[in-house]
Design a protein around this ligand. Structure first.
Ligand code: IPE
Ligand code: IPE
Ligand code: MG
Length: 247
C-alpha cells in the first residue's frame, strides 16, 4: 500500500526535525565498524527529503553532528567530517534538480575549514531553490545556541540598539541560528532512544515527538510517512481544551 495516500495534505507539519540516531548499532549488528553505519546514512536522508517534498513540508532539519559528538574518537569524528564534505558535493546536482535549499545551524566556525567551504558553496549554489529547505545541524548544541543568542542580544543592549524592555520571544527567535525557520511541528528520533540530546530546545517547545525503533540507516520513505500519519492523529491543543479545538 502507498502510505502517502493516507496523508492529509492540508495538515502536514511545516517543519520536521530529525535526530538521525542508530548508525553505530546498525553497523555493529552487521559485524561492521561504526563508520560503515555513517556511510549508510545517506539513503535515509535522501528518502526523508524526498518524502517530505512530496507532502508539501516546507522545512526539514537534520541533527548531523552535535557539540557533544566532538568527544567521540578522533577517527570517527574525522570520518564524519569527510563524509559530510563528500556527500554535500555529491548531492548538489540532486539538490538543484529537486529544488532543495541547503541551510545550516550550529557553531559552523568549529568545523574543519574544508567542510566550512563546501557547506558555504552548497548554501550559495542552492539559495534560490524554493521547494524545501534542508537544514543540517552541525556542531550544534541547543545550549550553545542559547548562550550565543544571549551574547548577541546583550551586545545590542550595551550598544543601545535595543532596550531591555523590548526583549520578547520574537527577539530571541530572531537571534537563534534558526531565525529564518518556522517552529518545529514534529520531531522524529530513530533507534529507540527517547531523549532530546540538546537539540532545538527552544524551538521544540510545542513540537509533537515521535520515537521509532528503526535504526537510521534503515529509515525509508514509508517510515517517514508513518511518522506523519501518527502526527496527524494527534490533537495539538496549545493549552486549550479539546472542545475549543474541535469547535
Ligand atoms: C547517529 O548515530 C549519528 C551521529 C550521532 C553522528 P550514532 O553514531 O549515534 O549511532 P549509535 O547511537 O551509536 O548506534
Ligand atoms: C544525537 O545523537 C546527535 C546526532 C544525531 C547528531 P547521539 O547518539 O550523539 O546522542 P546521545 O549522546 O546518545 O544522546
Ligand atoms: Mg547515537
Amino acid at each position: 500500500m502507498n502510505k502517502k495516500l493516507l496523508i492529509d495534505l492540508q495538515n502536514t507539519p511545516k517543519h520536521v526535525a530529525i535526530i538521525m540516531d542508530g548508525n553505530g548499532r546498525w553497523a555493529k549488528g552487521k559485524g561492521m565498524n561504526r563508520i560503515f553505519g555513517h556511510r549508510n546514512a545517506l539513503t535515509a536522508i535522501r528518502e526523508s527529503v524526498k518524502a517530505a517534498s512530496q507532502v508539501n513540508i516546507e522545512a526539514v532539519t537534520l541533527y548531523a553532528f552535535s557539540t557533544e559528538n566532538w568527544n567521540r574518537p578522533k577517527l570517527e569524528v574525522d570520518a564524519l567530517m569527510s563524509l559530510l564534505i563528500n556527500s554535500l558535493k555529491k548531492e548538489l546536482p540532486d539538490f538543484m534538480k529537486n529544488g532543495v535549499r541547503i541551510n545550516s545551524i550550529g557553531a559552523i566556525e568549529n568545523l574543519p575549514k574544508k567542510a566550512q567551504k563546501v557547506l558555504t558553496d552548497v548554501i550559495t549554489e542552492t539559495k534560490n531553490n524554493k521547494d524545501i529547505v534542508l537544514t543540517f545541524a552541525l556542531s550544534y548544541g541547543s545550549r550553545e545556541e542559547i548562550v550565543n543568542t544571549i551574547k548577541n542580544i546583550s551586545k545590542k543592549v550595551v550598544n543601545k540598539q535595543l532596550n531591555i524592555e523590548e526583549i520578547n520571544e520574537k527577539t530571541i527567535n530572531n537571534h537563534l541560528y534558526t531565525f529564518n525557520l518556522p517552529d518545529i511541528d514534529l520531531m522524529i528520533r530513530t533507534s529507540g532512544e527517547q531523549r532530546i540530546s540538546n537539540f532545538l530546545l527552544w524551538q521544540m517547545a510545542y513540537a509533537e515527538l515521535y520515537f521509532t525503533n528503526t535504526l537510521w540507516p534503515d529509515f525509508r520513505e514509508e517510515h517517514f510517512y508513518d511518522a506523519i500519519i501518527d502526527y496527524q492523529n494527534r490533537e495539538r491543543r496549545f493549552g486549550k481544551t479539546s472542545e475549543q479545538i474541535t469547535e
